[in-house]
Design a protein around this ligand. Structure first.
Ligand code: PLP
Length: 375
């Protein structure tokens, strides 16, 4: 059996005809940008998140950059973020000109450690970017309370957390601004690149709208130096088609996660933690074992796709060299990077595939305990 880490075709097949029908409608009008699909999707996705505004942009990275820009963060400012994240989180801070202050994660969920955030605050701290890594919400209650008391902006990196809940509230509505990615592999994926900033703040929304379209206030008039960060109509038409199905697909991810956890219980492997009061949407399903590399080889030889999120954490990236940054204690980050192994996670996984995967993991773990006992 061959099972990829993620199967994008399986997600496309059931909606194929409707996708082409919608593409056809967009191409008939040739309104490829600034059209009705983008406008409608902004409203629909913001409402889904429980946010007042949604401003569509061209990627999740651009959403992070635009949020930082809209909050006037730049050179001399410090922005705190976890090192254990996809590199774009940190890249966005450095592109803004601010100093990236990288902190450790908490050992259970691998989201930003609240105490590490508190300890990293200085008079220059202007923002914090908690990342809902793997689809599990960061500790937003304490983080936002402390940030508010200290006048620090909270920008959620919700690129992996469409539909995740923290104490009944959706990720994307918990900070001053949030960045979503609709990259093709995300829980809500376009067929290409797309992103969005959600916010309750009228000014932030207005500024992101300005930035994404060359700072243009009316035709041929530019009040600011902006960028071209627009989402296109074809991607928006796909996202509108898929949004109503997001809940069902997230539920299926939760079922798969529960099946994985049940099958691996009692074995020498750590499955993802879920805090009470939180709903993870399991963008990534990362198990942890000290025999990570050997298990990865074993699974790959059995045709099972795997990944390591993240093999090289942000603070160890060569790219940081020439940019202002500070690295705090990284005890958990440095150890988990040798232990995490992502196994297939997508809503179309069948029960037979899930059994094949867990059978192989269990077989490997039993063999290696046997070897250890004989050694
Ligand atoms: C995917 C991702 C991004 C970047 O999104 P793009 O749309 O690929 O630019 C940022 N942060 C995290 C945590 C991500 O997973």
């Amino acid at each position: 059996m061959r099972i990829p880490l993620i199967d994008l075709q399986a997600g496309f097949r059931p909606i194929r005809e409707e996708v082409f029908r919608r593409f056809d409608a967009v191409l008939e009008t040739m309104q490829l940008l600034n059209g009705p699909n983008v406008e409608a999707f902004e409203k629909e996705f913001a409402a889904y998140c429980g946010s007042r505004h949604g401003v569509a942009v061209s990627s999740g990275t651009d959403a992070l950059c635009a949020a930082l820009w809209a909050l006037d963060i730049g050179p001399g400012d410090e922005v705190v973020a976890p090192s254990h994240t996809f590199f774009a989180t940190i890249e966005a801070i450095l592109l803004s000109g601010a100093t990236a202050v990288l902190v450790d994660v908490e050992a259970g969920t691998l989201t930003m450690d609240f105490e590490a955030f508190r300890a990293a605050i200085t008079p220059s701290t202007r923002a914090v970017i908690p990342v809902h890594v793997y689809g599990h919400p960061a500790e937003m209650g304490p983080i936002t309370t402390l940030a508010r008391a200290r006048g620090i902006h909270v920008i959620e990196d919700a690129a992996q957390a469409h539909g995740a809940l923290y104490q009944g509230k959706r990720c994307g509505s918990l900070g001053d601004a949030s960045a979503f990615s609709f990259y093709c592999t995300k829980n809500l994926g376009a067929f290409g690149e797309a992103g969005m900033v959600t916010t309750d703040d009228d000014k932030v929304a207005e500024k992101v709208r300005l930035l994404r379209h060359h700072g243009q206030v009316s035709r041929y008039e530019h009040a600011k130096i902006g960028r071209n960060l627009r989402m296109d109509e074809l991607q928006a038409s796909v996202l509108r088609l898929r949004l109503p199905d997001l809940e069902r697909r997230n539920q299926r991810r939760q079922e798969i996660a529960a099946q994985y956890a049940a099958a691996l219980a009692g074995h020498d492997v750590q499955v993802p933690t879920e805090w009470s009061g939180c709903r993870s949407v399991h963008h990534v399903y990362a198990i942890r074992t000290s025999k990570r590399d050997a298990l990865q080889d074993f699974l790959e030889r059995a045709g099972i796709g795997t990944g390591v999120h993240y093999k090289v954490p942000g603070h160890l990236q060569a790219a940081l060299r020439d940019y202002p940054h500070r690295v705090e204690s990284m005890t958990v980050t440095e150890s988990v990077r040798h232990e995490v192994l992502s196994i297939p996670m997508f809503p179309e996984l069948t029960d037979a595939q899930i059994h094949y995967i867990t059978d192989h993991i269990v077989r490997f773990l039993e063999q290696s305990t046997l070897h250890a006992a004989h050694a």
